[in-house]
Design a protein around this ligand. Structure first.
Ligand code: MN
Length: 204
């Protein structure tokens, strides 16, 4: 069964001013669609890859064609990323459980945000910043390209609670080279409802 582009869970302009409509339109409709199309091409070319979930492909990705790592990662990462953002008034706030874990493992919300932004700003070239649960504890990490913490090739593996795309295509039209400004604005659209759910599932 072929993979497909999930619809955005809000209008293309719903995250303005943090994420402008033009960036969101290219990012979701063109970039994410391209990852889906190329993933489907790669899976169609090898019968052994048929009928696997995206998560199954990613966890053994070191044994698979590079196109699956790049485009399967791209598809999974973006599918989650859209859900991890929400329009004003619908972002919620960290649950008591998540806030307590941030205090315990990361030194509090301000220190967490600073570490996450530093991970994103410090990722050379294209990649992602992550908040993960690893061995029951929260950790901030980053990955290059479309790698993610589910992959067997990841230096830091874990279950994802929050993610930020730091590819230039995620911010360049509005922020140009100012990746830190984009990351600062990202916090205004974080969907804490989704992050809380992912944290609860990862620590259940
Ligand atoms: Mn992207």
């Amino acid at each position: 069964m072929a993979f497909s582009l999930p619809p955005l869970p809000y209008a293309h302009d719903a995250l303005e001013p943090a994420i402008d409509k033009e960036t969101m339109t290219f990012h979701h409709d063109k970039h994410h669609q391209a990852y889906v199309d190329k993933l489907n091409e790669a899976v169609a070319a090898d019968a052994a890859l048929a009928d696997h979930s995206i998560e199954d492909l990613l966890k053994d990705v070191s044994k698979l064609p590079k196109a699956v790592r790049n485009n399967g990662g791209g598809h999974w990462n973006h599918s989650l990323f859209w859900k991890l953002m929400a329009p004003a008034g619908k972002t919620g706030e960290p649950s008591a459980e998540l806030a307590a874990a941030i205090d315990r493992d990361l030194g509090g919300m301000d220190a967490f945000k600073a570490a996450f932004n530093a991970a994103g700003a410090g990722q050379f070239g294209s990649g992602w910043a992550w908040l993960i649960v690893q061995d029951g504890k929260l950790k901030v990490t980053s990955t290059p390209n479309q790698d993610n913490p589910l992959m067997d090739v990841a230096d830091e593996k874990g279950e994802v609670v929050l993610a930020a795309d730091v590819w230039e295509h995620a911010y360049y039209l509005k922020y140009q080279n100012r990746r830190p400004d984009y990351l600062k604005a990202f916090w205004s659209v974080v969907n804490w409802h989704k992050a809380n759910d992912l944290f609860a599932a990862a620590t259940r």
